[in-house]
Each structure stands twice: as structure tokens, then as C-alpha cells.
Design a protein around this ligand. Structure first.
Ligand code: ADP
Ligand code: MG
Length: 726
């Protein structure tokens, strides 16, 4: 999109010096042909090129004499070419070998697959300059595929012997061209820059000036300058996101919410609202007593703590917006149940939304069982129910006869009306987009309280970014009696032995899951893989056992009957695709075998593993993987080593970036160009506190000193949200 939203404007005389209006083709050294390549990088104007920051730098200040070279040095070398030859290898690859000499010594430069280079080097009579890493090679000291330049009139001498930027590029657009164009774009842009940051923030946060930082982020003279310039843009980037988040937060706090009279519920007749007529008998018990009475176990300390936080929120006049984080198996469902109990006791309805039908159905079943003795009515809504059931359920929800509604996305469809929705719980939030959170809130005249739950432990920095408008509660304790899961990483050739161990455990009465990976390109292939594995296990490996099959293409009723059979212990082994990744709870299942485990992400494997280790028996997780890449090996090793969800999440963030933890729909929010959520924690905290101050003192960004900030955002009245526009 052009800076004005419409088609790119024509360059007119008075615009010629405005870098935001200057098409990239008019930047020195670009032209119409290269402009297309810049377009591929999303760069259409001179300004956008000036804002295209280096991806990394090469320190080429080190220009030693060739006699002092040692293996491992990353250096710039300079000299004359004394010898050039081309060799054709066995695979018909052409290798160009050139010897560079500076009078004190020599180094061999080699390039693959650039046959024309031999002639070019032979014809050159000037000096050649090259940058790369020295290693001991076949012909003495050698530099493989170095960045090079034949020095002539045109050369930019400062691209050697300096810290040199390396930009993200695209095919056929080389660094030399990019550097030259970036320098020209920078020269155009610098005089026109206005610092969007209020000067008070710049001053108090100790930020470098904007123009200085832009100049130095492209062309730092020292490492220290590079770091200071970077810190400025890291701050700006994190500040923008935090301001967005804080504006949203201030806004929700101003909406009138529901005051649930929780502390007044001490006995019979004290509840108010819809459901008091004979249906519910709160007895003489306090809400805490009621909670302890209807759960089949004693709450852990961590569970009690967060239930207290949630109830306090519910009693406040501002709408609750709380994130509940707890590792797999930490017992979030019980916490949700207590929150819903409170809502219903106060005369409101509660909704629980889950990302898959299997999970929603399982929640509905568990909650029904739990709430049955209390007279609270739990209903289930999902897309694939037949029309008659759907109509009947919707009617129960609209009339208020149904107190708790459990379901999938079906809950937020048009046609679903609540009599009096007071609390919305969203399970496994990372599977949903932000929009669904908004949609569920809008299901009611009064703004309902919202509790979102996630089992993906999110490092604090990421949580502050994606869920920065939410208050966060953490369950940091597992229910008592859990034994750590023993995790093993096995090669495919070890399969027979793995199968024998599974056999032994099933003979002792345990149950096992076999998970086969998602095949991203095709759901059909994925189902086929599960069908094949099921066939192999049931017919060939374990003919004496009952082996079930669960995948995404089964009908809901079929899925449910398979799950039920597994829950009842009628099936010994369950072969499944990742549909079981979230939430499934069968305590007797103590073995998890993950086929081709290298095809899963870390956090996903952690979730899958969390399906076992839920009962009294020692549980095992076997990862079958070749793991030939470093990345895959690291993932397997992390899993074998730790069961700590936060350690795993940090590792995932490091290896794969934020998208892996918060889902693609939300990763846009954390599409950071400069900042790094692991490295830049301190700057993040600082940016957050400055942003909060501005959001509170000027929630509509109307003060003159915030005008440039306001231009970065637009306030959308319709869904009461702020969005970033530039
Ligand atoms: P998750 O946080 O992964 O959603 P669940 O809510 O599914 O976890 O709980 C995992 C298992 O732990 C369930 O079988 C649940 O009944 C059990 N559980 C939860 N809280 C407790 C507790 N305080 N004491 C004993 N078992 C508990
Ligand atoms: Mg759960």
C-alpha cells in the first residue's frame, strides 16, 4: 500500500524532495528495472528504503597485512590478483580459484558456480578487496565465497574498512546496490525527519535523537553507536505496541461492567437475578464451601489464589479482562468452573468456548457431571449439531434456562442470543484470534467479564506484548501426586523396541497414545498417515489389543464415541492426529508415542506430552525422530531435559520466534523488526511504563505533543479499538 492508501502518487515537482512521496525508482542508483526488485521487499518510496534497517552488520574495520592472517579471522583483505583458474568438479560445478597478494603474503579466494568471475578477475588490473572468514584450505589460507569488489572509480570505498550494513534482500538485488541506494535514500530522508516521540519521553527515557539514530543504524562508526541507535528504535517499536495495548486497556476500564455480588453470597435466598426460583439451592454454604463441595478434589494453593483474584475482578464495576496461564495439567478447568459457579450464583449465565469440538464436548461432559448436583444446567453448542438440537439449545440459552453454555466457535455465531451473559471463558486462547475475544464480549448488552486461559506458557515479555491489555494470573503448581513424565528420544530404527515396551505397559493395564504429525499441505495426507499407522499397529504390531483411530475428518459423533471408548478403557491404544493436542484428559493413559516428532514445534510437543502424566502411574513420552537438523536436535534435547513449560516456551521463542507461541492470527501484533523479546526485556518494561502514563493522561491522544503519535494510530469507534496504521 502506498503511503496515502491509494495508487502511488505521481512525482511532482514540489514533491521531489519529500522522501515519502518519492518513488523508489527515482532514488540514485535504482531506476525502473531495480524498482521492481525493491517492490518485492515492500519498498516503494525513498522513505521506506531509509526505514529498511540492516539485518546485521559486518565489521570490516580489520584490514590486516596478509602475512598476519590466521584461521578463523573474519577480515577484509586487499591486494592484487596474481593467479586465476577455473576447476570443474565431479558434480560439474565450476570453482573459481584466485590468489590475492599484497606483498607480505597471500590468500586464496574461491567461488562456486560463478564461472564468469574468472575472466572478470583476470581482466582486472586494479586492486581487489574481499571480506570473509579465513580458514585452512587445500591451497593454504583460503576465503570461501567472499564478498568482493574490484576497486575502480565507481567503488564505494567506505564499504570496506568500516562497519558495513547487511540488508534483507531478494534474488538479484545485491548488497552493493542496496547499500548505495540506502545511502542516497538516507540523505534525502534525514533533513525531513520529525521525531514522533514526545520530547519529554525522549528526555526522560534517555533516548538518542531520532535523526542521529536513523543515520547511525545504517552507518554506525563504532559498535557502541550501533547499540545506541538500535536501542532507540527498539524503544520506539515496543513503545508503539505498548501504547496501543494501554489505550485499549484504558478504554475497557471505562466501560461499565457487571458487579457480581460475590462476597454477599453466603446463604439461601441471598442470590439475585434470574435463577433463584427453586432451581438452585445454594444452601447455607459460602461460595468457597460450595466450590470445595462440588469439586472431586481439594484445590491447590495456586488454584485458590487465582480463583480469589478472579472473584475479586468479578465483583469490581469494571469488566474483567484476565489471562489465566497454567501449564498443561495444572487444573485450569476447575478454576473456570469456580468462576462460572460464581457467575451463575449471582444470577448470570456463563459461556465456555474451546477451540475444537472434542475439547468442547469433553468440557461439556465434565462440567455437566460437576454441576449436576447443584441444579445448574449445562448445555453444549457446536457447528455440526443437527438443526433441531441447535434450535432447542439456542432457545434454552436465549430464555435463560441454560445457565452454562459450552461450545466451539458456534457460540459466537449470529443467532446465538444469551438471556444474560455475565462471564465468558475462552479456553486455549492461543488457538483463537483477538477478534473472537471481541465477538464473545459483544454477545451481551452489558459488557461481560472475560477470562481467557492458555496452556502455552508465554514468556513474560511476550505476554506483555500480546496480552498486554489483560491482567495475568498464573497457576504455578501442579495438583499433588503427579510423577514427572520420563521422556526418551528414539531413532526410527528403535521402533521395534519401543513397541515392545508399549506392549509391556499395556499388559500392565495402562493405555497409550500414538500421535502422527500434521501434514501441513494436505489434511487428506494427514488422515492417510493416521489410517496407515492405525492399520500397521492394529493388524501387525498389536493384534492382541484394541486400537482406536481419531482424526479431524471423523464426524463429531464418531470422534466422541472413540474418545469415550478410550476413556472407558475399552480401547488400549489410540492412534490420533494432533486433534488430541489440546485438553484431552484420560488419567489412565500413561504412554505417549510421537511419530516423526521432529515435525512438531516445541510448544506443540509439550502440549502433546501433557496428555499423559495425569494419573497415579509413571508416565512415558517417546519421541521417535531422525532429527537431522540442528534445530530439530535442539528441540528433542530440550524436551528430554525439561518438563518446565516456561523453559520450553523460552526455547521456542528463541528457535522459532513469537508466532510459534501465540498463533499466526496474533503474531502480527508481535511482528517486530528491530526489537527482540528475549534480549530487550528491560527496554520493554521502560517502554511500557511510559506508554501507560500517556494512555492514562491522554486516552484519546488529543494533546498537541501527542499529535505525531496519534497519526500512527486510528481510533475505530465501531469496535472500540485502536489500530496501528503506519
Ligand atoms: P489443564 O490446566 O491442562 O486444562 P485440567 O483442568 O484438564 O488441566 O486438569 C488436569 C487434571 O488434573 C484433571 O484430571 C483434573 O481433574 C485434575 N485436577 C485439577 N485440579 C486438581 C487438584 N487440585 N487436585 C487433584 N487433581 C486435580
Ligand atoms: Mg485445559
Amino acid at each position: 500500500m502506498g503511503p496515502c492508501g491509494g495508487p502511488p502518487p505521481l512525482v511532482m515537482a514540489e514533491h521531489i524532495n519529500d522522501p515519502r512521496q518519492t518513488e523508489i525508482q527515482y532514488v540514485k542508483g535504482v531506476g525502473p528495472r531495480l524498482a521492481t526488485l525493491f517492490g518485492k521487499l515492500g519498498i516503494h518510496t525513498a522513505y521506506e528504503l531509509a526505514m529498511h534497517f540492516p539485518r546485521r552488520y559486518e565489521d570490516r574495520r580489520n584490514l590486516p597485512k596478509l602475512k598476519s592472517l590466521r584461521p578463523g579471522m573474519q577480515v577484509t583483505v586487499r591486494g592484487r590478483i596474481s593467479h586465476v583458474e577455473s576447476k570443474v568438479g565431479r558434480s560439474r560445478m565450476v570453482r573459481v580459484i584466485a590468489v590475492l597478494n599484497d606483498g607480505t603474503g597471500q590468500v586464496t579466494l574461491t567461488w562456486f558456480n560463478q564461472p564468469w568471475l574468472a575472466k572478470k578477475l583476470r581482466d582486472s588490473d586494479g586492486e581487489v578487496i574481499a571480506f570473509g572468514t579465513i580458514r585452512e584450505g587445500q591451497w593454504g589460507y583460503e576465503m570461501a565465497s567472499p564478498d568482493y569488489e574490484i576497486i575502480d572509480e565507481d567503488a564505494e570505498p567506505s564499504d570496506f574498512g568500516a562497519i558495513v550494513p547487511v540488508y534483507a534482500s531478494t534474488e538479484n538485488l545485491n548488497q552493493k546496490v542496496l547499500r548505495k541506494a540506502a545511502r542516497a535514500a538516507l540523505e534525502m530522508t534525514l533533513p525531513t525527519l520529525q521525531d514522533p516521540m514526545p520530547s519529554q519521553v525522549v528526555h526522560e527515557a534517555g533516548l538518542e535523537p531520532y535523526a542521529w539514530s536513523l543515520q547511525r543504524i545504517h552507518r554506525p562508526e563504532t559498535e557502541e553507536e550501533m547499540n545506541r541507535a538500535r536501542a532507540r528504535f527498539v524503544f520506539d517499536e515496543l513503545f508503539t505496541i505498548q501504547l496501543l495495548v494501554q489505550l485499549k486497556r484504558v478504554k475497557t476500564q471505562q466501560e461499565p461492567g457487571i458487579v457480581f455480588p460475590i462476597s454477599r453470597i453466603v446463604g439461601r435466598g441471598q442470590t439475585t437475578g434470574l435463577f433463584t426460583e427453586g432451581e438452585i439451592d445454594p444452601g447455607e454454604a459460602t461460595l468457597w464451601d460450595q466450590a470445595e463441595a462440588f469439586l472431586p478434589f481439594r484445590l491447590t494453593g495456586a488454584q485458590r489464589l487465582v480463583i480469589g483474584q478472579i472473584w475479586e475482578d468479578m465483583e469490581r464495576p469494571t469488566p474483567m479482562n484476565r489471562l489465566l496461564q497454567g501449564d498443561v495439567g495444572s487444573g485450569k478447568t476447575a478454576v473456570a468452573a469456580c468462576a462460572m459457579l460464581a457467575a451463575v450464583r449471582c444470577g448470570y449465565q456463563a459461556a465456555l468456548m474451546a477451540p475444537t469440538e472434542i475439547l468442547a464436548e469433553q468440557h461439556a461432559m465434565n462440567l455437566r457431571r460437576l454441576f449436576e448436583p447443584t441444579g445448574i444446567e449445562v448445555v453444549f453448542l457446536a457447528g455440526k449439531l443437527n438443526a433441531k438440537t441447535t434450535a432447542k439449545t439456542r432457545e434454552a440459552v436465549a430464555s435463560g434456562r441454560a445457565h452454562i453454555v459450552v461450545g466451539t466457535h458456534a457460540l459466537i455465531q449470529e443467532g446465538v442470543k444469551f438471556a444474560q451473559l455475565g462471564l465468558a471463558v475462552i479456553d486455549e486462547q492461543h488457538r483463537f484470534g483477538v477478534m473472537q475475544r471481541v465477538a464473545l464480549r459483544q454477545k451481551s448488552d452489558r459488557v461481560p467479564d472475560v477470562l481467557v486461559m492458555t496452556a502455552t506458557p508465554i514468556p513474560r515479555t511476550l505476554a506483555m506484548t500480546v496480552y498486554g491489555d489483560l491482567d495475568v494470573s498464573v497457576i504455578d503448581e501442579l495438583p499433588p501426586g503427579r510423577k514427572p513424565i520420563k521422556t526418551h528420544w528414539k531413532r526410527p530404527s528403535d521402533r521395534p523396541k519401543v513397541y515392545e515396551n508399549v506392549r509391556a505397559l499395556v499388559q500392565q493395564g495402562r493405555q497409550a497414545y500414538f500421535v502422527c504429525p500434521a501434514i501441513e499441505e494436505s489434511e487428506k495426507l494427514q488422515v492417510q498417515a493416521a489410517v496407515d499407522l492405525h492399520y500397521r499397529l492394529s493388524e501387525q504390531v498389536f493384534p492382541e489389543f484394541k486400537v482406536g483411530l481419531l482424526h479431524g475428518q471423523l464426524k463429531p459423533a464418531e470422534k466422541e464415541s472413540v474418545m469415550e471408548a478410550f476413556r472407558q478403557g475399552e480401547l488400549h491404544i489410540l492412534v490420533a492426529t494432533v486433534v488430541i493436542e489440546v485438553g484431552v484428559d484420560v488419567p489412565n493413559a500413561s504412554v505417549m508415542v510421537v511419530e516423526d516428532a521432529n515435525r512438531f514445534g516445541l510448544s506443540q510437543l509439550h502440549q502433546i506430552r501433557g496428555r499423559v502424566g495425569r494419573g497415579e502411574h509413571q508416565s512415558f513420552c517417546i519421541l521417535i525422530a531422525d532429527a537431522s537438523s540442528d534445530d530439530a536436535r535442539e528441540r528433542m534435547e530440550v524436551l528430554v531435559e525439561t518438563q518446565d513449560g516456561f523453559v520450553i516456551a523460552e526455547a521456542d521463542l528463541r528457535i522459532r520466534g513469537p508466532g510459534s507461541l501465540v498463533g499466526t492470527e496474533q503474531s502480527g501484533v508481535v511482528d517486530l523488526r528491530v526489537a527482540d523479546l528475549i534480549r530487550d526485556q528491560i527496554i520493554l518494561e521502560k517502554a511500557r511504563s511510559f506508554a501507560a502514563r500517556i494512555a492514562e493522561s491522554d486516552p484519546h491522544l488529543q494533546k498537541p505533543e501527542h499529535a505525531l503519535l496519534a497519526a500512527k494510530f486510528t481510533e475505530r469507534a465501531s469496535d472500540q479499538a485502536w489500530i496501528i496504521v503506519s
